[in-house]
Design a protein around this ligand. Structure first.
Ligand code: 5AD
Ligand code: SF4
Length: 491
């Protein structure tokens, strides 16, 4: 999600005539995209910003201008992704995939955008901006602590970014976008996409669920869905531009509610996307169990282009904890959704998110989480230690679990799941999968890619060029997190 936000933000800058540079030193605009879903790490954001403090800042008096926007909250967060990150091996002209803790850097192409010169010369300074959840939470407080920052914009206000950047280009020192009550979604004309084969597409923004541990409803605002016709048009354009895989995104993607008269259900939208000419793989993430119905499984069954993978976060295997988390389903109700998938005509890979050490989680609750792992047999689990987040109801809940105990539970859970995955993956030895090749190793003849169920496969092939191709790979051995195979043909 955050990666795609970075792509969109980068798209806005590219459309304004900026280009990417390799280092923060060379940049005239540096944007940090931050995430605060877990971990208290505001200090990290500020120490990062401290590194960017320009030498001349010490000499230049800061003009405090009236701020547009509103809302400051005391908060923490961590830098997770950055808008225009720089990664090794970047091809010229292509902005590489975002990297954790990378820097968002861009310089104006003066030939295309002469007005930029003004900024270049403005006190020799750079435009430094903070985006994302930490921006949303800290608001104007960021200017107080890092006066060399000139842009603060939360993810619900990215639509305002072109305007905010225009204001900075016009000489404004401080601009903010902090509203969360917008009913607009962030649609950009030109979005830079980092993966040449997989295009991400946000179909629903924000979240109307109110899980008691989660900051997302505060930082990303209420749910807003994009009109189905606009989504389908974009998918069409993506297919024409050569993308064969699309991934539909949303915090609760399956809560999609078409705002247009067409009133497409999520499963109908999936089917319509799957039928777009040129699209060979459709993914979607993240699904919320409450809105996950049989119709989605039927869409997967009916359309081979819809990938056989569902990410369905459960968070806990204990109904008592689920209730405290306000997840709106019980263990049994969740298992009913799993049963729908297990009964599907083709196998569906299932992955999940889990939180350990939620306040009040007893040893027995935790045991229930472990037994859920055994029962569901997930293909992948993202497990997190509960991390208290500002403004969330669970912040004030009694019976906090000590960090050490959270760590112990996390390690047990991961060990258990690792063993499950080892066994599951080993069962695939001898099977042949269709793989979209998306990586080439430095070692000769070594390639990697993803199956429809999103398993990583490393394989050998003497072919010269396979990137972006769909090939058949037979699995020869398996590890808990990946498969090893050999190419046996093209698709
Ligand atoms: N503490 C720990 N994990 C969290 N997640 C969200 N909020 C928190 C929190 N406060 C996890 C959930 C969610 C994933 C994206 O992050 O498991 O599904
Ligand atoms: Fe957060 Fe719950 Fe919404 Fe997911 S569904 S984004 S965990 S509030």
């Amino acid at each position: 999600m955050n990666d795609h936000d970075s792509e969109k933000v980068a798209g806005v800058l590219l459309a304004r005539g900026y280009r990417q540079v390799e280092t923060p030193e060379a940049a005239k605009v540096i944007l940090y995209n931050t995430c605060s879903i877990r971990e208290k790490a505001a200090q990290k954001v500020f120490s990062r910003l401290g590194e960017l403090r320009p030498a001349e800042e010490k000499l230049t008096a800061v003009t405090r201008q009236p701020l547009a926007g509103e809302g400051t909250q005391d908060n923490f967060g961590k830098i997770e992704h950055l808008a225009l990150a720089v990664r090794e091996g970047a091809q010229p002209g292509i902005i590489p995939q975002t990297a954790r803790d990378g820097a968002a850097v861009a310089v104006p192409q003066e030939s295309r955008h002469p007005s930029q010169r003004k900024i270049v010369n403005a006190g020799g300074g750079k435009i430094i901006g903070v985006l994302g959840c930490v921006a949303q939470q800290e608001g104007e407080g960021i200017f107080e602590r890092a006066p060399w920052v000139s842009l603060v914009c939360g993810s619900a206000s990215y639509r305002k970014l072109p305007q905010l950047i225009a204001e900075l280009e016009a000489g404004n020192r401080r601009v903010t976008g902090l509203d969360t009550d917008t009913d607009e979604t962030f649609e950009t004309e030109i979005t830079r996409r980092d993966n040449p084969w997989r295009a991400y597409l946000t179909i629903i923004e924000g979240c109307d669920k109110a899980c008691s541990y989660c900051v997302v409803p505060f930082t990303r605002g209420p749910e807003r869905s994009r009109a189905s016709a606009s989504i389908l048009d974009e998918v069409q354009q993506l297919a024409e531009a050569g993308y064969s895989e699309v991934q539909l995104l949303g915090q609760t993607v399956n809560s999609y509610a078409d705002p247009s008269a067409r009133k497409m259900r999520f499963s109908e939208l999936l089917a319509a996307v799957a039928e777009v000419r040129g699209i060979r793989r459709v993914r979607f993430t993240t699904s919320h169990p409450r809105d996950f119905g049989k119709d989605i499984v039927e869409a997967i069954e009916a359309h081979p282009t819809i990938c056989d993978h569902v990410h369905l976060p459960v968070q806990s295997g204990s109904t008592a904890v689920l209730r405290a988390m306000a997840r709106t389903y019980s263990r049994e109700e969740y298992l009913e959704k799993i049963a729908l998938m297990k009964a599907a005509r083709r196998p569906i890979g299932i992955t999940t998110d889990m939180i350990v050490g939620f306040p009040g989680e007893t040893e027995k609750d935790f045991e229930e989480t472990l037994s859920l792992l055994d029962e569901v047999q997930y293909d992948g689990v993202f497990a997190f230690k509960y991390s208290p987040r500002p403004n969330t109801p669970s912040l004030k809940m009694a019976d906090a679990i000590p960090e050490e105990e959270k760590g112990r539970r996390l390690a047990i859970l991961m060990d258990r799941q690792r063993e499950i995955q080892r066994v599951r993956n080993e069962r695939t030895v001898g099977e042949t999968f269709e793989v979209l090749v998306d990586g080439k190793s430095r070692r000769e003849n070594q390639w990697s890619g993803h199956t429809s169920s999103n398993r990583v496969v490393n394989f050998t092939s003497p072919e010269q060029e396979l990137l972006g191709d769909y090939v058949q790979v037979r699995v020869v051995s398996a590890m808990p997190n990946s498969l090893v195979g050999e190419m046996v043909g093209r698709v």
